[in-house]
Design a binder for this molecule. Structure first.
Ligand code: RNT
Ligand code: ZN
Length: 414
């Protein structure tokens, strides 16, 4: 009997259907962020430093400098990751054939190369306005700025992005998540907390006014950023209320954007009670929103468990968000995405019906016992099988490919 067959028997004894778990996992797409490949630099070549209270640290050699390099690196990573993939783009990754335009004038055609790339590989695309690392961010503000001209620029940028998202959706025949995140806030204790939020709400109303097919709109809240410690305009309460009162706009949860003891796993069912979609940014925050590579830690496992337990694989849109410049960037993509897949597999292999029954019948001792016993079931044997079925390395041997790629490709980038 193979290890897989023996593991399968163990799961079956608990009432878990392993084949069903494998096919559900294979059909769930993970949206992989392009910005891990180049430290959130993009292709504008304006020399602007990363701003907005987010930071990449480290200077591991070999970062992608051009669309061709970023695409090649993404391909290398994707070849080592099982499962269905989407690619998550930022507006700053526009690819200009001729004349360059500023962000408020971006057009769908500036993403044709990405659409061709995605089409060839059968990927969906997700999209993000880039409201940072730009001279029109004045005093750290964009959509909530008191300066009419600044606000106008960013409203126009976000409108352009929604149209690009609609175009991509049409081209690929797959809806595009368009996520608005802005860095707005104050380092010091503000004198007016309401004014900026009123301006942000009005700006969002303008941005979302146009009905567009294929676009799933969402807004991403945050608790604080570096240099923006005292006040964040787009706070959790602000965006949650905005989404709840504006049908068709969703609240995106980034698990780096809450106080350290708040768990996004618990927020997912809270939102699923009221929303038919819950978009995510899965990350690994270490003491702050540090955007380390996603690990297979308790928080990520709990996020995956809630998605599966709530029968919400179709409702929760899983995107990753981290940017680590201190390690091989291609490996960073592979490690983080494989971990997200592993967390989902772990969740799919739990006897949820049985556990719920135990909770509802007040059998808390047995419930705890079973939850803990599940933690040492042979997940690895099923994972190996899944990787084999997907045609990717099942064990640490994938790292050899990274070593070779580093030697033959990345290290030549000077
Ligand atoms: C910042 C947000 C946002 C960005 C990316 C680059 O705190 O998490 O999602 O990380 O858009
Ligand atoms: Zn995020």
């Amino acid at each position: 009997m193979t290890r897989f067959d023996s593991a399968k028997e163990k799961y079956a004894a608990l009432g878990v259907d392993v084949d069903r778990a494998l096919s559900l996992l294979a059909s769930k797409a993970i949206s992989i962020h392009c910005w891990q490949g180049d430290d959130v630099t993009g292709f504008e070549n304006t020399g602007e430093a990363l701003s907005g209270g987010i930071q990449t640290t480290g200077n591991y050699p070999g970062k992608a400098r051009t669309p061709a390099e970023l695409m090649a690196d993404f391909d290398k990573a994707a070849s080592l990751i099982p499962g269905k993939k989407r690619i998550n783009l930022h507006a700053s990754y526009a690819i200009f054939k001729g004349e360059r335009v500023d962000r408020d004038k971006l057009l769908p055609e500036h993403f044709d190369a990405w659409i061709a790339y995605a089409k060839e590989r059968g990927y969906g695309i997700d999209f993000n306005p880039t409201c940072f690392s730009h001279p029109m961010v004045k005093d750290g503000l964009t959509l909530s700025s008191p300066d009419e001209e600044v606000r106008r620029f960013w409203i126009d940028h976000c409108i352009a992005c929604r149209r690009i998202a609609a175009y991509i959706a049409k081209e690929l025949g797959s809806p595009v998540l368009n996520n608005v995140w802005i860095p707005d806030g104050y380092k010091h204790v503000p004198a007016d907390r309401l004014g900026p939020r009123a301006r942000l709400a009005a700006a969002l109303d303008e941005i979302f006014a146009e009905k567009l097919d294929g676009v799933i709109d969402c807004v991403e809240s945050k608790v604080f950023g570096i240099g923006v410690e005292s006040y964040t305009t787009g706070s959790n309460e602000f965006y949650m209320s905005y989404a709840a009162s504006h049908p068709g706009v969703y609240n995106l949860l980034d698990n780096g954007h809450y106080h350290p003891t708040e768990m996004v796993g618990d927020k997912i069912p809270a939102l699923l009670t009221f929303f038919d979609k819950v978009p995510l940014h899965v990350t690994h925050p270490v003491r702050w929103d540090s955007d380390h590579v996603v690990l297979l830690d308790d928080e990520v496992k709990e996020i995956a468990t809630e998605i599966v337990r709530c029968d919400a694989l179709d409702k929760v849109l899983i995107g990753l968000d981290y940017f680590d410049a201190s390690i091989n960037r291609v490996a960073a993509w592979v490690i983080g995405t494989r971990n997200m897949e592993k967390a989902l597999l772990n969740a799919l292999l739990m006897p949820h019906a049985k556990l719920k029954e135990l909770q509802d019948s007040g059998s808390f001792t047995e419930m705890m016992m079973l939850q803990e016993e599940c933690k040492t079931l042979p997940l690895g044997d099923i994972w190996e099988k899944y990787c084999e079925m997907q045609g990717v390395p099942a064990d640490a041997s994938w790292y050899e490919e990274i070593r070779t790629y580093e030697k033959e490709v990345l290290s030549l980038r000077k």
